[in-house]
Design a protein around this ligand. Structure first.
Ligand code: AMP
Length: 397
């Protein structure tokens, strides 16, 4: 089990604390359109301010590809964070990120002050984890805090490289929460443990399926991925999404489930249409009865019941990937039904980041889940059983 030092284990009074946050927020015309990531970062920042640290925040934003791009500046984040914190967050505008401006801003800090550095990906070294930039970042601080779960599966200067040059590297509250929920779910779950996987592709979830089959009591597969499993069983799937290169793999996984005694569920009925659009006329096809010119766009009503029944006594559920094309309201019923079923269980419910998190929030079930991960890629790698470099780099307890 991961046992990392956190902000609760250190004393930052009077110290310069560099905090790697995930401020990779969507922007439209310089305005932040979803501030969830800023809100999620507040507990750690407030704690460090209250403890009298000099709080230096950094993050990447989008993909400026190693050069300053004004439209990807973190300046709007400093403005909004100041409002959310109720105190000034000084923006260290600096094309070099750790150039003269940033150094001067840090040098002028008093205890409890907050400075935000410019987008770390303005520097081409960042994503290549080149020592020079890691050292520059480290030179600004005495203590490093990593609270950016969204990039924990990457080894970059600002989350991994920097820890080579700072003695004290700990995790923040957000990171700790992710490690606790995802780590416990996979490695030390309260059982029964049920995993629900959906979304478009089997190929992107190969390692997740394989790893989870060693851990779960029940594995549920819905969404576009399910048709590859149906076809592997010799069933007609019409024009549904399929990955023919993964038919053997699908068979292997079903066999592994049987061998391990894992209950393995795929849809028993499907909402099918002849066109990929919301107002296409649709019907319910029983398993094996999809016609050659039809595509499956959602799980059917019997499957909704089957899946809801399979999670109702679960004590831990991990869900990653929608059950159908939830972006189209007429094909969102399966995803809604699963979200409802999860909302009702007496257990821990964990939603992987990315599309599933978006689906749960858009459909209005966000506050009914125990934990919604802030990292799509990172939460997937957790479920794959991989070690995340951003987590490994923090000091052990
Ligand atoms: P992923 O990024 O692999 O998690 O997949 C998420 C996407 O899968 C969403 O945009 C869904 O619309 C899509 N999806 C889910 N079910 C289906 C389906 N039956 N056919 C086509 N796309 C689907």
């Amino acid at each position: 089990m991961l046992n990392k030092k956190s902000v609760d284990d250190i004393n930052v009074k009077g110290k310069r604390v560099l905090v790697r946050c995930d401020f990779n927020v969507p922007l439209q015309d310089g305005k932040i359109t979803d501030e969830n990531r800023l809100v999620a970062a507040l507990p750690t920042i407030k704690k460090l301010i209250a403890d009298g640290g000099k709080v230096i925040l950094c993050s990447h934003l989008g993909k400026p590809k190693g050069e300053p791009k004004p439209e990807l500046s973190l300046a709007p984040v400093a403005v909004r964070l100041s409002e959310l914190l109720g105190q000034e967050v000084k923006f260290a505008a600096d094309p070099e990120v750790v150039g003269e401006n940033a150094k001067a801003a840090v040098a002028a800090m008093n205890d409890g002050d907050v400075v935000l550095l410019e987008n770390t990906r303005y520097r081409k070294e960042e994503t290549k984890n080149v020592d020079t930039f890691s050292e520059e970042l480290a030179s600004l601080c005495d203590v490093f805090v990593n609270d950016a779960f969204g990039t924990a599966h990457r080894a970059h200067c600002s989350n991994v490289g920097v820890t080579k040059y700072v003695d004290t590297a700990v995790v923040g509250y957000l990171m700790q929460k992710e490690i606790d929920y995802l780590g416990n779910a996979v490695n030390n779950p309260v059982r029964p443990l049920v995993a629900i996987l959906g979304g478009s592709k089997v190929s992107s979830k190969i390692s997740v399926i394989n790893n989870l089959l060693d851990k779960v009591d029940t594995l549920i597969i819905g969404g576009g991925m399910a048709y590859t499993f149906m076809k592997a069983n010799g069933e007609e799937i019409g024009t549904s999404l399929v990955e023919d290169d993964y038919l053997d793999y699908a068979k292997e996984m079903e066999a592994k489930a049987e061998e391990k005694g894992v209950k393995f569920l795929i849809p028993v009925d499907t909402v099918v249409a002849k066109e990929f659009k919301n107002d296409a006329s649709s019907r319910i096809a029983e398993r094996g009865d999809i016609q050659a010119d039809e595509m499956g766009l959602d799980i059917g009503p019997k499957t909704r019941e089957l899946f809801a029944d399979a999670v109702k006594d679960a004590k831990t559920v991990v869900w990653n990937g929608p059950m159908g094309v939830f972006e189209m309201p007429n094909f969102a019923q399966g995803t809604i039904a699963v979200a409802k079923a999860l909302a009702e269980i007496d257990g821990t419910t964990i939603i992987g980041g990315g599309d599933s998190a978006a689906a749960v929030n858009i459909l209005g079930f966000g506050d009914k889940m125990s934990h919604i991960s802030t990292g799509g890629g990172a939460s997937m790698e957790f479920l794959e059983g991989k070690e995340l470099p951003g987590v490994v780099a923090a000091n052990d307890k």
